[in-house]
Design a protein around this ligand. Structure first.
Ligand SMILES: [Fe+2]
Ligand SMILES: [Fe+2]
Length: 313
C-alpha cells in the first residue's frame, strides 16, 4: 500500500480548523481538515468501524445456539445491521484517503482496534442476548455521544440511522433477559454471563480520565464526553435494568453517580471467563495489546472471501 501523506490530504492549518468550528460549521471533508484533525477522525472512525465489523462474526457464531428459527432470524438481522454500520465507517475512511481493501481485508488481525471484550467468545444464546444488553448498550452510549458532538458532518448524519438500529439490538437483549430470568435455572445462567461480561464492558470505555487526557478528541469535537462520563452513562442505563430483573452487578448508585463495588481493573482469565485480583491499568493495556482468543478467528472469517477471490495480491 502506498499511502498519501496526511499533510498532502488535509490542507488547512490547525488555526483554520479552530476558526471553522468556532463559527459553528461542520467539517464536511478533507478540504476542511488539518493534519491533526484528519489523524484524529481517522483513529476514532477506525475504532468504531472495527467494533461494528467484528461484532458480526461474534454474534453470528453465538446465533447457532438460537432456540428457534425465528430467533436465529432476529440475530441475523442484527448481524446485517452491524455489517452495514461497519460499511458506513469504512466508506468514510475511504473518502479520507485510507486504502479500504487494506484496512478491511489485508490488515493483520492484531492491528484491528475494537474493544477486547469482543475477543472473548460468546458461547451460548444467553451470552449473545447478554451481549446485546451490555455491548450494544455500550455502542449506543458511545455513538449517541458522537452523534450529538461530532464535528464531522457525514458521520454525524449517518449516525441517525445507526442509533435507531442499536436501540433495536439492546431492546432485543433486554426483552430476552427479562424472559429468561423468570425461570430459576435460566436466571442462574444469565447471572453467570453478566458476572464476566459486566466488568469487561466497564473496561470498554478505556482508561480513567486521570490517566488519559483527551485534549484533541474533545477539542476537535470527535466526542463530547470523557471516558469516565461515558462509563457513567452506560452504568446509568444498565445497573437499574439489572436491578429490575433481579440480576446482581458490582455497581450501585450513590447520589448522581454510579460506584463500582468490586476490584477494578482486574485480572481476567480468558479460558474460564473469571475475574481475579486487582491489577493496574498498565497490566490491562498488556492484555488488550496481546488481543484475546477469538481475534484471529473472527478477522480471518471476515477476510476469507477476499483472500479466495481477490486478484489484487
Ligand atoms: Fe452497530
Ligand atoms: Fe449493535
Amino acid at each position: 500500500m502506498v499511502a498519501t501523506p496526511i499533510e498532502d490530504l488535509a490542507p488547512r492549518s490547525e488555526d483554520e480548523v479552530r476558526e471553522h468550528l468556532k463559527s459553528g460549521k461542520l467539517v464536511e471533508g478533507l478540504q476542511h481538515m488539518s493534519p491533526q484533525y484528519l489523524q484524529g477522525i481517522r483513529r476514532i472512525l477506525t475504532v468504531s468501524a472495527d467494533t461494528e465489523f467484528v461484532s458480526a462474526p461474534a454474534y453470528l457464531r453465538a446465533a447457532q445456539h438460537a432456540p428457534a428459527l425465528n430467533n436465529f432470524g432476529s440475530a441475523m438481522s442484527i448481524v446485517q445491521d452491524e455489517l452495514a454500520h461497519a460499511h458506513i465507517g469504512y466508506r468514510l475512511l475511504g473518502d479520507l484517503g485510507v486504502d479500504m481493501d487494506w484496512l478491511i481485508y489485508e490488515r493483520p488481525a492484531a492491528q484491528f482496534k475494537y474493544p477486547y471484550a469482543f475477543d472473548v467468545p460468546l458461547d451460548s444464546w444467553i451470552e449473545l442476548v447478554a451481549a446485546n444488553a451490555l455491548y450494544d448498550q455500550a455502542g449506543y452510549v458511545l455513538l449517541s455521544d458522537v452523534h450529538q458532538s461530532s464535528t464531522f458532518g457525514p458521520w454525524k448524519r449517518a449516525l441517525a440511522k445507526v442509533d435507531k438500529e442499536e436501540t433495536f439490538h439492546l431492546r432485543h437483549g433486554r426483552t430476552w433477559l427479562k424472559k429468561l430470568v423468570k425461570d430459576p435455572a435460566e436466571k442462574a445462567k444469565v447471572q453467570a454471563a453478566i458476572d464476566w461480561m459486566f466488568i469487561l464492558t466497564l473496561e470498554w470505555f478505556g482508561l480513567p480520565d486521570e490517566r488519559k487526557r483527551h485534549g484533541i478528541q474533545l477539542e476537535y469535537g470527535f466526542k463530547g464526553k470523557s471516558n469516565d462520563e461515558l462509563r457513567q452513562a452506560w452504568m446509568a442505563a444498565v445497573v437499574p435494568f439489572m436491578e429490575e430483573i433481579g440480576i446482581e452487578v458490582p455497581a450501585h448508585q450513590e447520589g448522581e453517580r454510579y460506584v463500582i463495588d468490586c476490584a477494578f481493573p482486574r485480572a481476567f482469565d480468558e479460558a474460564s471467563k473469571t475475574w481475579g485480583e486487582k491489577i493496574g491499568w498498565e497490566d490491562v493495556l498488556v492484555r488488550w495489546k496481546a488481543r484475546g482468543p477469538m481475534n484471529e478467528a473472527y478477522v480471518s472469517k471476515l477476510q476469507r472471501g477476499y483472500r479466495t477471490t481477490s486478484f489484487r495480491r
